[in-house]
Ligand binder design. Structure first.
Ligand code: NAP
Length: 315
């Protein structure tokens, strides 16, 4: 905020939403009318209706996140509105959180801590809260991009076998050899499946009944990408039937997940409130880049932008 208030090239007239919760769409639509630029969060739908409400003055949309699934990129392109996002600066924090979820689910950390608080810790027992080792496991990474690779670098210290499925081919991440396999094979072989693809038409529902049926009964699903990549009804059914062992989710559908949602009643599921990038340093860097992008876009200069949407001919 302070940087935007002090900005001189260009100087700005600011309208800031101060609410703790996202602005309702009708309020947002009313307040964007006639603006030149918008700094937005992943909770704001930047769709055709919003672009129409903003009108022809709008030149820049600057998102404080790397994922842009809340933004209709094609509609922005059609109207000549430049889009910015914040790739890279959040990869390490999100990878840290992914490892936290892997360890929490493998070693049943949340269940065990809840039992201690509730007075259910009676004594040490040979199989009390026994989980599985992350050390030496076979981990499958779906989407070996910036965050997927940051996760892989951390896993080198856990002596894992690392499988991945991505469109680009890599053979090593740092000192760790990685094996590219078809998605079905990844689901079949991995002890832990970790999702790091963006949410697109291609990846929506990628982990559904068929994928979950391929997984080992002892396998764990980790999702720090986007909730809609997983079919949550299929996940619940798979957990109920014992087709997989546990899940660690930083992202869900919807967000926030209602407190009475069946996923939250399960001891084999850890749900976090979308905090992958939530370290103070990373959030500050994301805010700085969002401001840089807005100012650059308003000047007509290049900014950090997501790849353009695929045209129908590209598939
Ligand atoms: P990235 O560098 O673009 O990596 C995404 C990877 O997914 C790329 O390697 C890409 O492969 C691969 N991919 C895309 N579509 C695919 C498909 N259909 N099948 C297989 N692989 C596919 O993005 P990132 O910076 O790592 O971020 C990934 C996502 O994480 C973001 O889009 C966002 O939704 C999520 N995220 C969540 C949090 C959180 O707070 N939980 C924080 C940050 C990001 P190719 O390049 O080979 O095509």
């Amino acid at each position: 905020m302070a940087r935007l208030e002090k900005a001189s090239e260009p100087s700005l007239d600011l309208d800031v939403w101060e609410g703790d919760e996202p602005p309702p769409p009708d309020v947002l639509h009313a307040r964007v009318r006639g603006v030149d630029g918008i700094v937005c969060l992943l909770t704001d739908a930047i769709d055709e209706a919003l672009l129409a409400a903003a009108g022809d003055t709008l030149r820049v949309v600057s998102q404080m996140a790397v994922g842009v699934d809340n933004i209709d990129l094609a509609a922005c392109a059609a109207r000549g509105v430049a889009v910015g996002h914040t790739p890279g600066v959040l990869s390490e924090s999100t990878a840290d959180l992914t490892l936290a979820l892997m360890l929490a689910t493998c070693r049943r950390v949340v269940e065990a801590a809840e039992d201690v608080r509730a007075g259910r810790w009676r004594s040490w027992s040979p199989l009390g809260w026994a989980g599985v080792d992350l050390y030496g496991a076979t981990v499958g990474i779906v989407g070996l991009g910036r965050i997927g690779q940051a996760v892989a670098r951390r896993l080198a210290g856990f002596n894992v076998t690392l499988l991945y499925s991505s469109r680009r081919a890599l053979t090593k991440i740092g000192t760790l050899a990685v094996e590219r396999v078809p998605l079905d094979e990844l689901f079949e072989r991995a002890d832990i499946v970790s999702l790091h693809v963006p949410l697109t038409d291609e990846t929506r529902g990628l982990v559904g009944e068929a994928a979950l049926a391929r997984m080992k009964r002892t396998a764990i699903l980790i999702n720090t990408a986007r909730g809609e990549i997983v079919d949550q009804a299929a996940l619940l059914a798979a957990l109920d039937k014992g087709h997989i062992a546990a899940a660690g989710l930083d992202v869900t559908t919807p967000e926030p997940l209602p407190a009475d949602h069946p996923l939250l009643a399960r001891r084999d599921v850890v749900v976090l409130p979308h905090i992958g990038s939530a370290s103070r340093r990373t959030r500050q860097r994301m805010a700085d880049i969002a401001v840089d992008n807005l100012l650059a876009g308003l000047r007509g200069a290049p900014m950090q932008s997501p790849p353009p949407p695929a045209t129908p001919e590209q598939g």
